[in-house]
Unconditional design. Structure first.
Length: 277
């Protein structure tokens, strides 16, 4: 068998596709693929097509594997599609990596990408996968129409010390436990992140100005809002923009997940023999 034939077979099998599927992807017959894998050599025009179909470089097809890393492959794959598809690809890579940590083939096969892609949100049911290991934790929502992935290797100094002072966390939680604070937050997230006056916030949320101002100050204190002064003909007024939204939004969905009742645990593994804190 030629080197290129060996490599085609190797990467085809690792990608879990048949000779027929590979042939269709590059526009040749199953017999042509079989011939290559038994020692034949594809023509020069087919080699880039084969490499693209297998998600490898042409150098890798010739056995020069050190020139193209898995990171290079992921970057190439993600950059080859539009941003919406790229987000799905990244989720799939996260999921595949998490399954690889378990190092159990039957788990990886039973919870493959094709399977989770068919888990649609029906009757308000959320499908989740969770890992709790000595080395870290993972939480993933798998529904194909709404999904997310949280992965945290355990910090060197542990989870508890990394969280810091519980009093600081209590101050943050007090803001999110206030219904009017959430009402303001939800209103501001319906707008582009441009400065909003206190009078506009108060008017649209129907929260009295004095109360809204106190709530905004608390949100600024915990760094989910930013406050600045704007000069007008009638003097200075305070304006507000939201901040740290890429942290707040996941926080809100995680809080919702805690209260969610209709869930199916689609793969939960606890292999931790020490306390979380």
């Amino acid at each position: 068998m030629s080197i290129i034939g060996e490599q085609i077979k190797k990467y085809r099998i690792s990608k879990e596709i048949t000779q027929e599927q590979l042939g269709k992807m590059i526009g040749v017959t199953t017999q042509a693929v079989s011939k290559w894998e038994r020692g034949g050599v594809p023509d020069a025009e087919s080699i880039p097509l084969i490499a693209d179909a297998l998600g490898v470089s042409t150098d890798m097809l010739f056995g020069r594997e050190n020139t193209y890393t898995i990171v290079d492959m992921i970057i190439s794959e993600v950059q080859s599609v539009d941003r919406t598809e790229a987000m799905n690809k990244v989720f799939h890579y996260f999921w595949a990596a998490a399954m690889a940590i378990l190092n159990e083939k039957h788990i990886k096969e039973s919870l493959g990408i094709e399977l989770i892609n068919n888990l649609k949100h029906s009757e308000g049911i959320g499908y989740y996968s969770r890992l709790c290991l000595n080395e870290g934790i993972m939480d993933a929502r798998l529904n194909s129409d709404f999904r997310y992935f949280f992965f945290m290797p355990e910090p060197e100094k542990g989870f508890c010390e990394s969280l810091g002072d519980p009093a600081d966390l209590a101050e943050i939680m007090s803001v999110f436990s206030n219904k009017d604070s959430l009402k303001i937050l939800f209103f501001m997230y319906t707008r582009l992140n441009t400065p909003l006056s206190l009078s506009l916030i108060s008017s649209r949320t129907e929260i009295p100005p004095e109360k809204a101002e106190k709530l905004m100050k608390k949100m600024c204190d915990i760094n989910i809002m930013k406050c600045s002064q704007i000069e007008t003909e009638n003097g200075y007024i305070m304006s507000y923009t939201f901040y740290n939204e890429t942290v707040v939004l996941p926080f809100l969905f995680m809080a919702k997940e805690i209260r969610e009742e209709k869930i199916i645990n689609w793969g939960v593994w606890f292999d931790r023999d020490k306390p979380l804190f």
